[in-house]
Design a protein around this ligand. Structure first.
Ligand code: CAA
Length: 402
């Protein structure tokens, strides 16, 4: 008798964001643009804005701490930290998190980069680690701060967030299925040279590149025996802004010749848009913030969609990282998943952010480029569980509160 294939996937997922928030009406007012362009046109209402004592490490540690509080760190021998807003050219941001969370020393920790795609690479690598030895548990952290130049077209699509998830056998939330479709193309649609703290982007070209990559990844997914479009119940896209997911899903419907009308198509993605609409772009974390948003939707609360019980339903994922690399894959939501979620806590993460005005946002944005390698002590501006305390002798210092 042949052995049953292992069921591997996401066992737990958690989210954190910066502790300050800017309503996009502030940017609209400053730039004399109708706010409908942001609220409706790109589908964004707010952006999370890190204070001086927050970064990808503090957000990543906060998201991961919720997972370790529930499961402990025992058995986690791999920590993969996905980001495109790295804080050191050599040391992985994950090693800082490993230290802050007091994880065991018998652990491999590494940082991954390929624009907004790398958390999906981390997921695939984690599946491989667990397939090789089912005793393994892999902690994946995706954390990013999206920054564009002030007064640029990308400015309203900035944001910040981290998502952490645990990959194990017999997952409680989503079993990831084996077939994937890949697409890579050496282009410059969005990139960030080492000397810049803000991204460069060819806006309209980047939209076209995203959609072309979706087609390429979908076609390969099909050619490798992927399930047909009709066998997928919900879709979760990389969301640089939520309207991009709407455009992508419309494109996929066109590619497959789907008969679904506008409302039916929208119903397949609506629940995945809620968190990103309020955090702004979180680059590599955004698709997994979309997954959490989708799983959390029970038909109640802010931004609720249809609240359908997704147990046994299949989700299609499209992960896109400019430059560009993308992947289409699927996962099946597990029975009992709702009992493992933290929907109220996740809502509080968004609701408890402190609102800032345009002047404060602009000062914070400009202050990032003032840090040039000298020692600094950062003011304690936010009340999160972890903080970036400053730089001493070129070494970043982090603290855990309480
Ligand atoms: N009310 C309602 N809608 C309005 C409006 C109003 N008053 N005014 C304008 N709009 C609509 C427009 O019709 C348009 O909608 P459609 O795209 O559906 O036609 C939408 O608002 C945006 O308007 P514009 O296209 O004129 O906006 P823009 O040129 O200023 O910039 C952008 C749009 C190119 C996306 C820009 O925000 C940008 O450069 N963003 C960063 C790049 C990006 O996110 N690219 C996505 C693909 S790359 C990727 O995914 C990787 C990544 O994370 C960056």
């Amino acid at each position: 008798m042949s052995a049953q294939p292992l069921r591997i996937g996401i066992h737990d997922i958690s989210f954190a964001t910066a502790h300050q928030v800017l309503d996009l009406s502030e940017i609209a007012e400053h730039s004399g643009v109708d706010v409908g362009k942001f609220y409706v046109g790109i589908g964004q209402s707010e952006m999370s804005m890190p204070a001086a004592d927050e970064d990808i490490v503090t957000m990543g540690a906060e998201a991961a701490a919720r997972i370790l509080d529930r499961h402990g760190a025992e058995g986690i021998r791999t920590l993969l930290f996905a980001t495109e807003s790295g804080i050191d050219q050599s040391k992985s941001a994950g090693v800082f998190v490993h230290g802050l969370l007091g994880m065991g020393e018998n652990c491999r920790v590494v940082e991954l980069k390929q624009a907004c795609y790398s958390a999906t690479a981390a997921l695939q690598f984690a599946l491989g680690v667990v397939a090789r030895d089912p005793r393994e548990k892999v902690l994946v952290i995706a954390s990013d701060v999206a920054r564009y130049a002030l007064d640029s077209s990308g400015e309203p699509t900035q944001g910040a967030a981290a998502v952490a998830f645990l990959v194990t056998v017999d997952p409680g939330l989503v079993e990831i299925e084996p077939v994937t479709g890949l697409h890579t193309d050496d282009i410059h649609d969005f990139w960030r040279p080492n000397h810049l703290s803000t991204a460069l982007v060819d806006g309209k070209y980047s939209l076209a590149a995203y959609l072309r990559s979706l087609e390429g990844a979908w076609n390969e997914y099909q050619s490798r025996g992927g399930v047909p479009f009709e066998a997928i119940d919900r879709f979760c896209y990389h969301q640089p802004f939520t309207k991009m997911a709407v455009k992508a899903h419309d494109r996929l419907n066109t590619i497959v010749g789907s008969p679904l009308d506008r409302d039916q198509r929208r119903a397949q993605i609506e629940a995945s848009l809620h968190i990103n609409r309020r955090t702004g772009n979180s680059y590599t974390a955004s698709i997994y913030a979309g997954l959490l948003s989708l799983l959390n939707d029970d038909g109640t609360g802010d931004g609720a969609a249809d609240g359908a019980d997704l147990a046994g339903r299949r989700i299609g994922f499209f992960s896109y990282g400019s430059g560009s690399v993308s992947e289409f894959f699927t996962g099946v939501v597990q029975p009992g998943y709702r009992a493992l979620l933290r929907a109220d806590e996740d809502a509080a993460v968004l609701d408890d952010r402190v609102s800032i005005d345009y002047a404060r946002y602009r000062a914070l944005h400009e202050s990032v480029d003032e840090v040039r390698g000298e020692d600094i002590l950062t003011a304690a501006e936010t009340s999160g569980p972890f903080r970036f305390a400053g730089i001493t002798d070129q070494m970043r210092q982090y603290q855990r509160r309480g």
